[in-house]
Design a protein around this ligand. Structure first.
Ligand SMILES: NC(=O)c1ccc[n+]([C@@H]2O[C@H](COP(=O)([O-])OP(=O)(O)OC[C@H]3O[C@@H](n4cnc5c(N)ncnc54)[C@H](O)[C@@H]3O)[C@@H](O)[C@H]2O)c1
Length: 324
């Protein structure tokens, strides 16, 4: 007998919306039940791929007309707040893309609305759901006292070649500080607890409409352990991301999202085996558990607010460096 599936309403059928819909379409516990995008072409195409489900250019119509269990929200960040509040007013469970919002106040209001609605609220931070996370956690003990964490995010092109969408190039809601760094500050929060920004220096181009080209920042964990951020766009080598934890007895490094390297004292860093699993489908597994009232491993809006706090402090530029 077919298992009953949760009905997902997707709002935003862009790059990430399409990725998530691919995971939903093949998941045993969810189905795409309706799609909304301000682009009729995208909404219609995604709806067709999902088995000719209803599609709308206005998300309010989707919320009114279709029986949905959960909404997946994948629109650009400055629209998260207004749409999420509407979704929560309809008391639908909500899976929201990162960053939670476009300001700390918006993020806090979304958390409050989600708590008041009494629904499941979750965010998509893929690093947390993939197998590299438990592997990192397991190996932390062996590296001794953590001396420092270095987060390096270098891009030869921003926006990245696969994500050519104008909002990502703009200062209002784009840039890699908003788009990529939350993944790594969130990972740090999950592994080591709260962190706060001590100093952040952001490089901007002269054109005020364009997003940053660099960031150098220092943060502290609550025990004072330093976390550094070295972010650059427009460098002359291929994109490179490295999340590195230096311990007194060993070093752990996650390169380009999912490749784990480990090294002991005086040793070279060597690749470590990590099972590769579909992280979006693992996230959907957890979401289904939570929607059934179970104890699930999800990133909630509460954590999203903490990540937003760090994000806003990074962008709060104690010093701004304008590039010629
Ligand atoms: N978790 C991840 O790994 C990850 C990766 C990429 C992007 N994201 C996040 O996903 C979100 C979307 O990013 P993207 O790369 O898919 O952007 P995108 O520009 O490719 O897609 C956004 C889509 O939203 C649509 N849209 C805009 N306003 C809308 C509205 N009011 N109602 C309905 N649709 C609307 C646009 O037409 C577009 O199709 C962002 O928050 C981004 O930060 C997350």
């Amino acid at each position: 007998m077919d298992q009953v599936k949760w009905n997902v309403g997707v709002i935003g059928a862009g790059v990430m919306g399409e990725r998530m819909m691919n995971a939903i379409r093949t998941h045993e516990k969810f189905r795409v039940a309706a799609v909304s995008d301000v682009s009729a072409e995208r909404a219609q195409e995604a709806a067709q791929k999902s088995g000719d489900v209803p599609w709308y250019t206005n998300y309010k119509e989707l919320l009114k007309k279709v029986e949905l269990d959960v909404i997946y929200l994948a629109v650009p960040p400055k629209f998260h707040h207004v749409i999420a509040l509407d979704v929560l007013a309809h008391k639908k469970h909500l899976l929201c893309e990162k960053p939670l919002a476009n300001s700390l106040t918006e993020a806090q209001e979304m958390l409050e609305a989600a708590n008041n609605a009494g629904v499941v609220h979750a965010m998509n931070f893929p690093l947390y759901y993939q197998s590299v996370f438990p592997e990192l956690t397991r190996r932390l003990e062996a590296i001794g006292d953590v001396r420092r964490i270095d987060i390096l995010t270098h891009f030869h092109q921003w926006p990245r070649p696969w994500q050519q969408t104008p909002w990502l190039a703009g200062r209002e809601q784009g840039g890699f500080i908003r788009e990529v760094l939350p993944h790594f500050t969130h990972l740090t929060y999950e592994l080591f607890g709260d962190l706060h920004v001590v100093h952040s220096e952001v490089d901007y181009p002269a054109d005020p409409a364009l997003c940053e080209t660099g960031v150098s920042a220092i943060l502290h964990l609550t025990d004072g352990t330093p976390v550094t951020i070295n972010g650059l766009a427009g460098i002359a080598h291929e994109e490179h991301l490295d999340y590195r934890v230096y311990g007194s007895k060993g070093t752990l490094s996650v390169v380009n999202w999912s490749n784990l390297f480990v090294g002991g004292h005086g040793e070279a860093l060597v690749p470590a085996e990590v099972p590769q699993q579909d992280r979006l489908s693992l996230l959907l597994d957890e979401l289904s558990i939570a929607m059934n009232g179970g104890d699930a491993r999800l990133v909630t809006f509460e954590t999203g607010v903490k990540v937003q706090q760090v994000l806003e402090a990074l962008l709060g530029h104690e010093k701004v460096h304008y590039i010629k």
